[in-house]
Design a protein around this ligand. Structure first.
Ligand code: BGC
Length: 376
């Protein structure tokens, strides 16, 4: 029996409008999408991972001005690091040790700086996600992706040089591992760019080559029991893995491995429509993440399971506050309840609103046809 929280379920279309408004309201004048404007540990910072998916939701909603401004911001932010990336690529090519503090960061301040707060840098998935997002947006709206060429080149060069290094995952953990969802974002981003006619022939060929090698590595070492795994050599799943199917296409929708991955995530991590990150998650007690329910729903919709996708959208809608704001996670079903208090003490209550949750709601609402006639 499905247990929904006591507050009312919002009207799904009204919640899409509200999601757009929340993202718009908090988008910085620079174009950056802050991860969560009010949450202590995220305030003042924008992530390429969150932003790339948020931009996809806004692109589907049809807010071109907002999405173009976001991609302009990323383009300027990355272009400013052209020399830094040239230096990194040269060190790498010479087989020299690359100091961590020289690598590009995971998140940026809203005006495109590195910021001074310590964070779990180095993560490559956000760069792949942004490449996929900017090209997908341009294609959807018939725009010339050449507008973002300089930033695209920096991201391609960075990912091309460091794609096979262990790094922190989507959840900013386990930098000793190579994560399959990270490889998925890299494949998705590089293949999108290779087909977009933006980079010169040499870079386009690097994109294809690195994407092929990343896919081969994931398939050789990141599969167990018929599903993709959390990291190379593991047997566990992670709630981010469906992204390797849709949208990143590391494996083809409907293939046995794609179906096996989506089914394993649903079996191990979906509790009544709310999807956990992974079984050992202790962050705020290990609750259910709205954006992961949307990701699973997006994949079910792509497999033709509209009813399953709608069930997940309904669950997400039921988690919104009366104001329509969506949190990062909810705590009705905690995997490790005893660890929640220490996080509340450290960083305060769960991040709300989380713009990525709203962006993913827009994506799934669009997959289910709910945005028709609503778009900006
Ligand atoms: C999550 C990341 C996310 C960041 C900002 C972290 O707690 O693990 O996936 O990018 O918050 O939303």
């Amino acid at each position: 029996m499905t247990t929904l929280p006591s507050h009312r379920t919002h009207d799904l279309v009204a919640l899409a409008r509200r999601s757009h408004a929340v993202i718009r309201e908090h988008q910085h004048a620079s174009g950056a999408y802050p991860a969560s404007p009010t949450f202590s540990a995220y305030r003042g910072y924008a992530w390429l991972r969150d932003g790339g998916f948020t931009a996809e939701g806004m692109s589907r909603y049809g807010d071109l001005a907002s999405v173009n401004a976001f991609h302009d911001w990323v383009d300027a932010t990355l272009s400013a690091r052209r020399d830094q990336v040239d230096e990194l690529v040269a060190l790498r090519a010479a087989g020299r040790e690359v100091p961590r503090d020289l690598l590009l960061p995971t998140r940026f301040t809203l005006d495109g700086g590195d910021g001074t707060d310590e964070w779990w840098d180095f993560q490559t998935d956000g760069y792949g996600t942004w490449l996929w997002s900017v090209v997908t947006h341009a294609r959807r709206h018939g725009l010339d992706p050449g507008r973002w060429r300089r930033g695209i080149e920096v991201a391609v060069d960075f990912v091309g040089a460091f794609w096979d290094r262990p790094c922190f995952d989507w959840w900013e953990e386990h930098d000793e591992q190579r994560h399959v969802s990270t490889l998925g974002a890299i494949v998705g981003g590089l293949e999108a760019v290779a087909g977009a006619g933006v980079p010169d022939a040499a870079r386009a060929s690097t994109c294809r080559d690195v994407a092929a090698r990343a896919r081969a590595l994931a398939l050789a070492e990141g599969v167990a029991d018929g599903h993709l795994t959390k990291w190379l050599g593991s047997t566990a799943v992670d709630g981010s893995l469906p992204a390797c199917v849709v949208p990143f296409g590391l494996v083809e929708v409907g293939s046995p491995l794609a179906r096996g991955t989506v089914a394993a995530v649903a079996r191990d991590l979906d509790a009544d429509g709310g999807v956990h990150r992974f079984l050992a998650d202790v962050f705020y007690g290990g609750g259910q993440w709205l954006l992961l329910s949307c990701l699973l729903g997006w994949n079910l919709a792509a497999q033709g399971d509209t009813e399953g996708a709608r069930r997940l959208l309904d669950w997400v809608a039921a988690q919104a506050a009366d104001s329509g704001e969506m949190p990062e996670q909810v705590g009705h079903h905690l995997l490790h309840p005893h660890t929640r208090a220490e996080w509340v003490e450290r960083w305060g209550e769960v991040a709300t609103p989380l713009l990525w949750s709203h962006g993913m709601y827009l994506v799934l609402a669009d997959e289910l046809g709910l945005l028709e006639g609503v778009q900006a």
